[in-house]
Design a protein around this ligand. Structure first.
Ligand SMILES: *[C@@H]1O[C@H](CO)[C@@H](O)[C@H](O)[C@H]1NC(C)=O
Ligand SMILES: *[C@@H]1O[C@H](CO)[C@@H](O)[C@H](O)[C@H]1NC(C)=O
Length: 404
């Protein structure tokens, strides 16, 4: 039985690999113990019927002595069997829990909805071990941090299977922002949102979205990346001219999809990570004909290595989303950006707000560790009307090196 221990953040998630083999082994052990003992029992109790013969009295005495000796032996064996059964039962319970494989999320608790148990239950592959992947069973996953929000998760998984889902988008958002990501799948129908007045591309990019879809919410910014407000604002045309062959990109914290829309005008496909914070942002982005990826910054990007020509972020590295106050958190984030970016690809850090000189220095040092080529690097100050005084912003376009 293998045990893999992952150190994640401040908690330790433990996943036990309990194969069907090992549980089968235990069952075989149990059966063999039982049969051995039953044979012994049979041997002890079986006495050949003997006819009466001379000296039967003495023989009888010896026999009854032997008999009582044998009886105590038998009772010893029986109690041994009982103990053996008890310990096997304990082992079976343990195996059951290990088969479910969730040590931090105790799904055996009574208040866990059956839907959650069903979803997390493992399913052996019908044809046994798959030779390509090496797996023997299908495992559904749920974020390990869900264990810290079990009550919310239980609420989320309480619904009528096959019926309408409860209207609980805010509950899902709450769970996701607590790191409970991915969420479990559900067997209920989400409330259909009518999408009237959808336009074809490229008209859809900048035309108002029907109020039936987004209400009064509106996230258009028609100025960014085409009409600079300061030296920290780079033009899309200028950046595209820097690195050849920008076709696919990832906008972390892409909000209303304005960056993706501007890029779409240049025939560049951008996936924007979007949360419905403060409005129906995903609906808005999708209505524009753009790609809203419902994902927090806390999760590993769901993309393979070196797939993007461009990674862009305005707010993606904010205090709350990545936890930049802890330098290691920032490193995890930067390494993941580096991972999904292809060699020669561009990382566009757009108007990154540096709270103080120390923070700027830390970020600069981190970026320099990666050996990116600084194609653009502008540290600017902006007068903030709401806050007192000036704020320092860093904008940069960095090119990933080939490395080796
Ligand atoms: C007692 O057990 C022995 C084997 O240990 C067996 O040969 C004998 O027949 C048994 N006696 C009785 C009375 O069952
Ligand atoms: C985008 O693609 C369309 C269709 O292929 C083409 O007509 C248009 O010129 C392209 N635009 C840019 C900015 O490359």
């Amino acid at each position: 039985m293998g045990s893999v221990s992952l150190k994640i953040g401040d908690g330790t998630a433990r996943f036990r690999r309990a194969t069907l083999c090992s549980s089968a082994l235990h069952v075989v052990m149990l059966v063999s113990v039982l049969t051995t003992n039953l044979f012994a029992l049979y041997a002890f109790t079986y006495a050949p019927s003997s006819g009466s013969s001379p000296g039967a009295g003495l023989q009888h005495q010896i026999l009854s002595q032997e008999h009582s000796k044998n009886l105590s032996l038998i009772s010893e064996h029986v109690s041994l069997i009982v103990r053996e059964i008890e310990s096997s039962q304990k082992k079976l319970t343990q195996i059951e829990r290990e088969l479910l494989g969730y040590e931090t999320l105790d799904v055996s608790k009574p208040n866990v909805p059956p839907e959650l148990k069903l979803f997390l239950g493992r399913h052996p592959l019908p044809l046994g071990r798959d030779s390509r992947t090496g797996i023997t069973e299908m495992v559904s996953s749920v974020g390990h941090s869900c264990a810290r929000a079990v009550d919310l998760l239980a609420l989320y998984m309480t619904y009528k299977p096959g019926g309408q889902c409860p209207e609980d988008a805010s509950l899902a958002q709450k769970l996701v922002s607590r790191g409970c990501e991915p969420l479990p799948r559900r067997r209920c129908l989400s409330k259909p949102v009518a999408k009237p007045g959808l336009l074809p591309l490229p008209e859809s990019l900048w035309k108002p979205v029907s109020e039936k879809i987004v209400g009064k919410w509106n996230g258009f910014d028609r100025q960014m990346w085409v009409k600079p407000r300061g030296k920290n604002d780079f033009l899309i045309d200028d950046v595209l001219a820097l690195g050849g062959g920008i076709r696919v990109g990832f906008d972390i914290g892409g909000e209303a999809g304005n960056f993706a829309a501007r890029m779409a005008e240049k025939n560049v496909t951008i996936v924007s990570s979007v949360l419905n914070v403060g409005g129906p942002v995903s609906d808005f982005v999708a209505a524009r004909g753009l790609f809203p990826l419902f994902l927090t910054a806390g999760q590993r990007f769901p993309f393979y290595d070196s797939v993007f020509d461009l990674v862009h972020t305005v707010n993606g590295m904010d205090e709350g989303s990545v936890g930049v106050t802890r330098p290691e958190k920032m490193e995890f984030f930067m390494f993941d950006i580096d991972r999904v970016l292809r060699p020669g690809g561009l990382f566009w850090l757009d108007n990154y707000y540096c709270a103080d000189e120390k923070k700027k220095a830390a970020l600069t040092a981190l970026i320099e560790k990666f050996g990116y080529k600084k194609l653009k690097w502008v540290v600017g100050e902006k007068v903030d009307a709401s806050a007192s005084g000036k704020k320092v912003y860093l904008s940069a376009v960095l090119q990933k090196p080939a490395r080796g």
